[in-house]
Design a protein around this ligand. Structure first.
Ligand SMILES: Cc1cc2nc3c(=O)[nH]c(=O)nc-3n(C[C@H](O)[C@H](O)[C@H](O)COP(=O)(O)O)c2cc1C
Length: 145
């Protein structure tokens, strides 16, 4: 059976809560990037989540750890999701998720699924459906039953 890790950063808890929902849908467990070690980063499929802070910035914990962990993405399947505010920050909506995806790609990961962009501030009613559709696509592309 393939091992899946959901690894997230979250400043005010929104991404943490969504990571738990995505992990449940994947039959995986979610771990904060601050606590993620060899076991989490050694999974066959890494599902990485970050909100966008500042103006298009990576979440603080990801920003602090990315350089130390980016080599862990090499040769792995990686899927990325992001949280943001499409109304208050329309011009930089979920930019950090794209930053994380680019870092994984540049490190030699194979990205599976599109970058999932979620907005719990304005479109929380759409989150369940978006997660279900995305998880199905990620599993199919990653070859997971
Ligand atoms: C000061 C501030 C800056 C933000 N900047 C952005 C941004 O540039 N782009 C975006 O999409 N969302 C932005 N957001 C929205 C957050 O990404 C959103 O609230 C997210 O759900 C927070 O996730 P967290 O609770 O996991 O930290 C910002 C929110 C605040 C309060």
């Amino acid at each position: 059976m393939s091992k899946i890790s959901v690894i997230y950063g979250s400043t005010t808890g929104t991404t943490e809560a969504v990571a738990a929902r995505i992990a449940a849908a994947l039959g995986a467990s979610a771990v904060n990037v601050n606590d993620a070690g060899d076991d989490a980063f050694g999974a066959d499929l890494l599902v990485l989540g970050t909100p966008t802070w500042g103006v298009g910035d990576l979440q603080d914990d990801w920003a602090a750890r990315l350089d130390a962990v980016r080599t862990r993405f090499a040769g792995r399947k990686v899927a990325v999701f992001g949280l943001g505010d499409s109304v208050g920050f329309a011009d930089t909506f979920c930019v950090a998720a794209e930053t994380l995806a680019a870092a994984a790609r540049d490190a030699g990961a194979t990205l599976v699924g599109d970058v999932l962009k979620l907005d719990e501030s304005n479109e929380s009613d759409k989150t369940d459906g978006r997660i279900a559709e995305w998880v199905a696509k990620v599993k199919a592309e990653a070859g997971i039953q």
